[in-house]
Design a protein around this ligand. Structure first.
Ligand code: CA
Length: 365
């Protein structure tokens, strides 16, 4: 009994020992692997983020800082990002070039600022009578929008990520009532982007005053009207003190998608986990910024309505319908500029139509 058992025991013991040995060898090689992996992943990166917002600009500048903070925390300090407001490292409208050329690794801005470089970029920010923030996200994440955006920016050595949205904006401040499209004729209005092109077709002139000069320009009649963002930011600018009417809807900016752009070479050098951290921070900010806008705009909408007794006015439907036909002309003109412009617009337009038919039912839009 004992012989057989002993033999059996020895056999299994040796198997166990061998197995332990193999295990030991394996764990030893795993340790080595981990050691080399940890040496590799402990590499620290120091990046710069340039933004199109003045330093500490409400919500936008604040979130640029938060994005850097979250990335720092998630990466245990392995990816440190120094944030620069507009003018601190480069001016607001040079963010695209600075990141493209590698003067900064990261940028926070809005794609419609780059219309002069790539007309199709405007479709990734906002489109007059276009998609809401929610629809825009659906198009970018699941409707092929982000792939097209990456294709467009690839030529500029950039990788874009959706990174925040203002939600629907306000139509703007005017000192006279807008009863028909003829009331726009001859007016000087601050309205950048595609909306500006649309009102030009209605006979208005667009004036691109810097943010800091808007108040005085409206007060002195250098401009007859302006659009800025929404109740929160407009209140901080004090426009309610000098303009009679606050118009809605912001037909020209039914949302404004913001972008986090990353220099393609810098991005490709990041290890997989840091790439995932950057992507996750952008996605988190995308939701948080939109929610921050909603909450602040609601609060200041109440303030403007109840404390300042601002006269809210709705653009008449007839006026909006005519502007919509002008907008369609503008889209056609941009689509004619290049194959990619046409491809982006067709994808956007098709997605919006489909989404609208569903949202009419589900969201009462
Ligand atoms: Ca605006």
């Amino acid at each position: 009994m004992s012989k057989i058992r002993r033999r059996g025991f020895l056999k299994s013991a040796s198997i166990a020992a061998a197995a332990a040995g193999v295990g030991a060898i394996n764990s030893c090689s795993t340790e080595k692997k981990n050691e080399s992996a940890s040496i590799h992943t402990q590499k620290k990166y120091e990046w710069r983020m340039v933004t199109s917002w003045p330093p500490k600009f409400p919500i936008l500048g604040e979130y640029a800082e938060l994005i850097a903070k979250w990335i720092d925390e998630m990466s245990s300090g392995r990816l440190k990002i120094q944030v620069y407001g507009s003018g601190e490292l480069v001016p607001a409208f040079e963010v695209f070039d600075a990141v493209s050329l590698g003067a900064a690794e990261m940028g926070h801005a809005a794609a419609y600022y780059w219309a002069g470089k790539a007309p199709a970029a405007q479709f990734f920010a906002t489109v007059p009578f276009g998609m809401t923030a929610r629809q825009m996200n659906a198009w970018l994440y699941f409707g092929g929008g982000l792939e097209l955006w990456r294709e467009l920016y690839s030529d500029f050595n950039l990788v874009p990520f959706p990174c925040g949205n203002t939600g629907g904006q306000m139509g703007g401040w005017y000192n006279r009532e807008m009863n028909s499209v003829n009331d726009l004729d001859g007016l000087k209005i601050r309205m950048p982007g595609l909306g500006g092109k649309v009102i030009t077709k209605a006979g208005a002139t667009t004036v691109l005053s810097p943010g800091g000069e808007l108040y005085t320009n409206l007060e002195r009649g250098v401009i007859d009207g302006l659009e800025w963002i929404g109740p929160y930011h407009d209140y901080l600018m004090g426009f309610h003190k000098i303009a009679k009417y606050y118009y809605y809807p912001g037909w020209h900016e039914p949302c404004a998608n913001l972008e986090l752009t990353i220099n393609k070479d810098a991005y490709s050098k990041l290890p997989t986990d840091l790439k995932a951290i950057v992507k996750t921070a952008a996605q988190a900010s995308n939701v948080m910024i939109l929610s921050a806008f909603d909450v602040k705009n609601f609060e200041y909408f109440e303030k403007l309505k109840n404390e300042e007794e601002v006269a809210f006015r709705k653009f008449p439907n007839k006026l909006l319908l005519i502007l919509k036909t002008y907008a369609d002309e503008v889209f056609e003109e941009i689509s004619e500029t290049s194959t990619i412009s046409r491809k982006v617009f067709e994808s956007y337009d098709k997605f919006q139509k489909k989404m609208n038919s569903w949202h009419k039912i589900s969201e009462r839009e």
